[in-house]
Write a protein that binds this ligand. Structure first.
Ligand SMILES: NC(=O)c1ccc[n+]([C@@H]2O[C@H](COP(=O)([O-])OP(=O)(O)OC[C@H]3O[C@@H](n4cnc5c(N)ncnc54)[C@H](OP(=O)(O)O)[C@@H]3O)[C@@H](O)[C@H]2O)c1
Length: 287
């Protein structure tokens, strides 16, 4: 197989490229391919597809992920998250396996049990709306595509909640973290391995959820980070969402079920706590 990956400076994209080391990979950062440029998207991907005969896999790990900024700039988010995935899918249809990433934010976040892939959507935010439109554009344009929703993503690099908690653990005696929002924390290294398996699996095309097994609150995640760093998790104090108002409302419950992933015979990701331990230990090695 040969691979084209977008967003390779991002959390997921860079771990994907690391796991594909030694394979035939075209890794594209934003400066290599700006997804806002329709002719560049069609041209770069189309030429790459024409340039070889091995099975081609295209992973779209690029996205406009600034959830709060999207509230005041939905049009900008929509070009990257909704229009560009459609251009990609029109280009890959019948020629490559496209894996497009989406998000738990397509759901309204008022469930009490984990969301399945066919549960009704209802995004609360501009970011979620643009990602949902992108999912639909991909599935309409490329019937062979995979759309993989993930959630609460963290990597050993980049800007993310786990790294912020590690910094606060060093800087503060206690930290106050929201304890009434539930989700499925997912380490990019585990997710990248899952996507590699998906690409070679022959699993039916369509929608999947792929997240770390289990669920927790942001406080629970922060406490696990403290523990993994050898600190007292009791230093993480629970607070309510109302104490941290954000421009984009956060879902109260957006735990995703890996049910469709399992049903397709794919290996579920390890528990989210294993991901935290892995990321914290990888950070220790990188420091
Ligand atoms: N982060 C989460 O918690 C989360 C949760 C659920 C789902 N997801 C989804 O998972 C996927 C991967 O997320 P991530 O956390 O790895 O994202 P990330 O770290 O924010 O990386 C996104 C990458 O996309 C690139 N990008 C942004 N605009 C672009 C453009 N116009 N053209 C080309 N590249 C562009 C960025 O480039 P620069 O580096 O130059 O900015 C960045 O490298 C996305 O589809 C996201 O929606 C993420």
């Amino acid at each position: 197989m040969r691979w084209l990956v977008t967003g390779t400076n991002g959390q997921l994209g860079s771990d994907l490229v690391r796991q594909l080391a030694g394979q035939d990979v075209l890794a594209l950062t934003r400066s290599d391919l700006d997804l806002r440029e329709e002719s560049a998207v069609r041209g770069v991907v189309g030429r790459w597809l024409s340039s070889g005969s091995d099975v081609a896999v295209v992973v779209n790990a690029a996205a406009y992920t600034a959830v709060d900024a999207a509230e005041t700039d939905e049009a900008a988010a929509a070009v990257v998250n909704a229009a560009a995935p459609g251009w990609l899918a029109e280009t890959t249809s019948g020629r490559a396996r496209l894996i497009h990433l989406s998000t738990d934010y397509v759901f309204p976040g008022d469930a009490t049990t984990p969301y399945e892939t066919d549960d009704p959507t209802g995004p609360l935010t501009a970011y979620g709306r643009t990602k949902l439109t992108g999912e639909r554009a991909v599935l309409a344009a490329d019937p062979g595509a995979y759309v993989v929703r993930t959630a609460w993503v963290f990597a050993a690099h980049g800007t993310n909640f786990v790294r912020t908690m590690l910094r606060l653990e060093r800087e503060q005696d206690t930290v106050r973290v929201v304890d009434d929002q539930w989700g499925s924390p997912t380490w990019t290294w585990h997710l990248a391995a899952g996507l590699l398996e998906l690409a070679g699996s022959g699993a039916p095309a369509g929608l999947y959820h792929c997240v770390g097994e289990g669920s927790t609150t942001w406080r629970g995640l922060a406490a696990a980070v403290f523990e993994a760093a050898g600190s007292d998790p009791g230093r993480v104090l629970p607070v309510g969402t109302a104490e941290f108002p954000r421009p984009a409302p956060r879902p109260a419950y957006s735990v995703l079920s890996n049910g469709a992933w399992r049903a397709a015979g794919l290996t579920p990701l390890p528990p989210w706590r294993d991901g935290v331990c892995g990321a914290v230990s990888a950070l220790g090695r990188d420091r």
